[in-house]
Design a protein around this ligand. Structure first.
Ligand code: SME
Length: 164
């Protein structure tokens, strides 16, 4: 059992420092990518306030396929280049969207979502997945969130790759 206690969410630097240690401890020595994505989704859901969806889409045969997540049931397949997730995968760059209604081609899985951040997971030069966080609040994610999430994903990416 993991009894994790996130620090005060108002102190984002402390929150992300703690999140990084918890994520490292939870995934260290575990090579199963799905298990690690499942635990990371749960961790992000627990640590970051004001989310209505947190999870992964995995790159499977050139298409993003729904992976482990927390939140409401979501669309299963997203083509590379489509929506916020597909754009992050195609551009290999984080997409931080303050207002999803203003993002051309945004795919509305949960009507409550107002803002979204998607970080591509790159391992050995390939996009192997994307991390997707949604919030019911407009402009929920700022540059500190983007930095914190990118750093987390850069460190954990090898543990999110299929073994062998
Ligand atoms: N909004 C995403 C789709 C995934 S859901 O938010 C879980 C997109 O536009 O790619």
């Amino acid at each position: 059992m993991f009894d994790l206690k996130p620090p005060d969410a108002a102190d984002k630097a402390a929150l992300y420092a703690d999140l990084h240690s918890a994520a490292d401890a939870l995934t260290r020595g575990e090579s199963d990518a799905i298990a690690n994505m499942a635990n990371l989704s749960a961790l992000l859901w627990q640590y970051l306030p004001d989310l209505n969806w947190a999870g992964f889409y995995r790159m499977v045969e050139g298409e993003l396929v729904l992976g482990p997540f927390q939140g409401k049931a979501a669309c299963i397949r997203i083509a590379v280049g489509k929506g916020v997730c597909g754009t992050a995968a195609a551009m290999r760059e984080t997409q931080c969207v303050e207002d999803v209604h203003a993002f051309p081609g945004h795919i509305a899985c949960d009507a409550a979502s107002r803002s979204e951040v998607v970080v591509p997971v790159i391992h050995e030069g390939r996009v192997i997945a994307v991390l997707d966080l949604d919030s019911p609040l407009p402009a929920r994610f700022d540059s500190e969130d983007v930095q914190g999430l990118e750093k987390l994903i850069a460190k954990i990416a090898p543990r999110l790759a299929e073994a062998g």
